[in-house]
Ligand binder design. Structure first.
Ligand SMILES: *Cc1c(COP(=O)(O)O)cnc(C)c1O
Length: 449
């Protein structure tokens, strides 16, 4: 038996993989990875794969990054973890100081959790609890966008809007007010992103006007709904939303778990609208893709609403065992060092241009209805009929054919439905981007036959 197959047999005997119909693995090979180096992953037989999706959008500076490795080794020798209630440590304080400096102005407090969904739960609970501490007991609901995604735990799932993940669990979920997404894929022909985005804000305006008395917060993913098939919109939505939330006394929760840390061309997507949300949620790229860690940044007004004598029982009594884990915080600090030392945001602008050029011809493909991009996120949407934008029947799993083809060519593309996307680590080279585009083009050709 080959080294890969032997290992896969062991895996399939004991594991249950995430987001997977396990029966698929009767015919779809699972790929065991022995090591990673930069943008490359290597399987048990030495075959290499270019990680075009940053291992589920987490990796920023390559696998086995020497600088992050060194920082972690040092931290492990000093302190791996300590309870963060009543205790503190160097890495978490340094990281909080750095994040407060880098985040939009006014976000002065960091609350940690250990994955993105948990950060969403923290923000929802904090917002609700803030209003409660102020005696605003009617505020119990949240506004979200259609096609949104905020994670898989029950609260996070409830404020998302992807039926594939959510529908089954609907009876368990709180009720939310869902406003149509400003998704610019839906714009009229000839309409600009900005005009469409502004037009769509009317729905949000209306929902806020109608429900603000009972709404704690609006939660959204700034600029790109990544898990929602990489649908994108113009930053003006965030500007308008900030004004409206202030006007109606509703919090704004910016879920930058996927788009934060340079993905959209700025360190944080909110910067493109010049706004400060009430809660900024970060995870995924926070540790450079090394360790599970998340953080909720908020401002002093929120913090002060919880700050009182213990017996008033206004404290935020929420915790996770690994809150503020020292290794995670150290990986995050090493990641921020790389941003600072390597002028990453400027280099990303060049890489984004390379991605755009390399895929420009694909926009003309008879089954590619749109190539869209925000910085280091580029997506191409396949359709059966371009004129009417009729999708392929989902049961045909066309995107999966692109995935399979790419693997034979040593590229890890993992289309979302029929949307093929590039979200590579920032250490990718222009040549490797050209390889990605070439392989994607071949895959699309095969999948749309
Ligand atoms: C991935 C993601 C989450 C959930 O993070 P997990 O760490 O997977 O729980 C939440 N929001 C957005 C926008 C995400 O992309």
């Amino acid at each position: 038996m080959s080294a890969n197959a032997d290992f896969v047999r062991r895996d399939l005997a004991v594991l249950w993989h995430p987001c997977t119909q396990m029966k698929d693995h009767e015919w779809l090979p699972l790929i065991p990875i022995r090591r990673g180096q930069g943008v490359w992953l290597e399987d048990f037989e030495g075959k290499r794969y270019l990680d075009a999706i940053s291992s589920w959008w987490v990796n920023l500076f390559g696998h086995a990054n020497p600088r992050i490795n060194a920082a972690l080794a040092h931290q492990a020798d000093e302190l791996e973890h300590v309870i963060l209630a009543g205790f503190s440590h160097k890495a978490v304080v340094e990281l909080s100081e750095r994040l407060v400096k880098l985040a939009p102005p006014g976000l002065t407090r960091c609350f940690y959790a250990d994955n993105g969904s948990s950060a969403v739960e923290v923000a929802l609970k904090m917002s609700f609890h803030y209003w409660r501490n102020l005696g605003r007991l009617r505020k119990t609901r949240f506004i979200n966008l259609s096609n949104s995604y905020h994670g898989e735990t029950l609260g996070a799932l409830a404020v998302g809007d992807e039926p594939l993940y959510k529908k089954t669990y609907q009876p368990l979920l709180m009720d939310v007010i869902t406003v149509p997404s400003p998704d610019c894929f839906e714009r009229d022909s000839g309409e600009s992103w900005e005009a469409h985005t502004r037009k769509m804000f009317a729905h949000m305006q209306q929902a806020l006007a109608e429900y603000h008395e009972e709404v704690c917060a609006v939660i959204l993913e700034p600029l790109v709904q990544c898990a929602g098939h990489f649908r994108m919109y113009h930053p003006v939505y965030l500007t308008l939303l900030r004004e409206a939330c202030d006007r109606y006394g509703v919090h704004l929760i910016a879920d930058e778990i996927a788009v934060g840390f340079g993905r959209t061309g700025t360190l944080f997507a909110c910067e493109q609208a010049g706004i400060t949300p009430d809660f900024l949620l970060l995870s995924k790229g926070l540790t450079g893709g090394y360790l599970p860690l998340s953080v909720v940044l908020t401002h002093d007004k929120i913090y002060q609403a919880f700050y009182d004598d213990y017996t008033k029982l206004t404290a935020f009594l929420h915790s996770h065992s690994y809150t503020g884990n020292a290794l995670g915080c150290r990986a995050a600090l090493a990641t921020l060092d790389i941003f600072r030392d390597d002028d990453v945001i400027a280099r990303n602008r060049l890489l984004a241009t390379h991605m755009q050029r390399a895929t420009a011809a694909l926009a003309e493909h008879p089954h590619v209805t749109e190539v869209r991009q925000h910085g280091m996120i580029l997506a191409m949407e396949l359709v059966q009929d371009k004129a009417s934008r009729t999708p392929y029947p989902w049961q045909e799993r066309r995107g999966l054919k692109v995935y399979q083809h790419a693997l034979t060519r040593g590229v890890l593309l993992r289309p979302m439905g029929d949307v093929i996307y590039f979200m590579p680590p920032y250490v990718i080279t222009p040549e490797e981007i050209r390889l990605l585009a070439e392989v994607a083009a071949e895959g699309i050709e095969l999948a749309t036959r």
